[in-house]
Design a protein around this ligand. Structure first.
Ligand SMILES: O=C(O)CCC(=O)C(=O)O
Ligand SMILES: [Fe+2]
Length: 293
């Protein structure tokens, strides 16, 4: 098994190079030097989120072999659980992982902190109220997202603001070595693969890297990723299509993509290919932001 083929790291990558050298070639990249110039880069912390919105009701997830369990709690309580765990991990259980939360819509004052936002890394169709497409990940150290690909076969631009994360990614062509379960989850644990149980994984080419505060990660459609938080962490991502990826994603209905995903991909293709404005599409697309699959 070849561990750790490299990922390129580019400082303030231009949007033309981003499109030509990475998106069009289906190649992942880390972009540094962009987030640190945001108005609020230094301001974000879990404590600040708690102070801004203590009574906000949020959802957190527990991933296990049985599936995804969801619990609901207030922001204040959640951050308290994280702080307790970080101070004394022996005596406090690791908190659940707050995963896929549309926090810019819930706390709009945060939007100003993410300016100047790098619009150029997104197709123009997403520029109108770009923050509506952002999904946040808040969690303690050692929070884990098991191996999966993003369910609509979108591109993923991932913004790491606070804390570090360890990513292990595999290109979509390696999915066949990772023992798929359902549409988008995989049984192999790439941090400690059990080659007796999952022998085909020896053919896979995992890429392992650490994402630091202020880094942006680009992953092409269908990239498998396993993510471990190394610290208390705040990140957010945007799942986004190009015209081409939206049409490829619709075609994936033949490969077992759930029908609900087809609905969202069809809406996005109406926007990107047929140019239906986001003001119309978003009303129908919005429920995707609470879609657990
Ligand atoms: O940061 C994580 O834990 C998971 C990120 C992820 O799955 C994503 O951005 O799609
Ligand atoms: Fe993901």
């Amino acid at each position: 098994m070849i561990v750790s083929s490299a990922i390129e790291r580019r400082y303030k990558l231009s949007s033309d190079e981003f499109k030509k050298d990475y998106v069009e070639l289906g190649k992942p990249v880390i972009i540094s030097g962009v987030i640190p110039s945001w108005n609020g880069f230094d301001k974000w912390s879990l404590k600040r989120f708690k102070d801004l919105s203590p009574s906000l009701n949020i959802y957190a997830k527990k991933f296990s072999e049985k599936g995804i369990e969801i619990c609901s709690l207030t922001m204040e309580r959640y951050i308290e659980l994280i702080e307790n765990y970080e101070q004394d991990p022996q005596n406090y259980a690791r908190p659940p992982y707050c995963h896929d939360l549309p926090l810019f819509s819930l706390i709009p004052s945060l939007i100003e902190d993410a300016q100047p936002f790098p619009y150029d890394y997104l197709p123009a169709w997403y520029w109108h109220k770009w923050w509506r497409y952002c999904q946040f990940f808040l969690g303690s150290s050692n929070s884990i997202t098991p191996l999966h690909f993003d369910c609509l076969l979108t591109n993923n631009i991932f913004f790491q603001v606070v804390g570090r994360k360890q990513f292990t990614i595999l290109l979509h062509e390696d999915a066949k070595y990772c023992y798929r379960q359902g549409w988008r989850w995989f049984l192999v644990n790439p941090e400690n693969p059990d080659l007796k149980k999952y022998p085909e994984y020896k053919n896979a080419k995992p890429i392992k890297f650490i994402v630091n505060p202020g880094d942006i990660v680009y992953m092409p459609p269908g990239t498998l990723h396993h993510v471990r938080s190394l610290d208390m962490s705040i990140s957010f991502n945007i799942d986004w299509h190009t015209q081409k990826s939206s049409l490829n994603a619709i075609a994936a209905i033949r490969k077992g993509m759930p029908i609900q995903n087809l609905y969202y991909n069809f809406l996005l293709a109406m926007g990107l290919v047929l140019k239906v404005p986001p003001q119309i599409i978003f009303k129908f697309y919005k429920s995707y932001l609470n879609y657990v699959s």
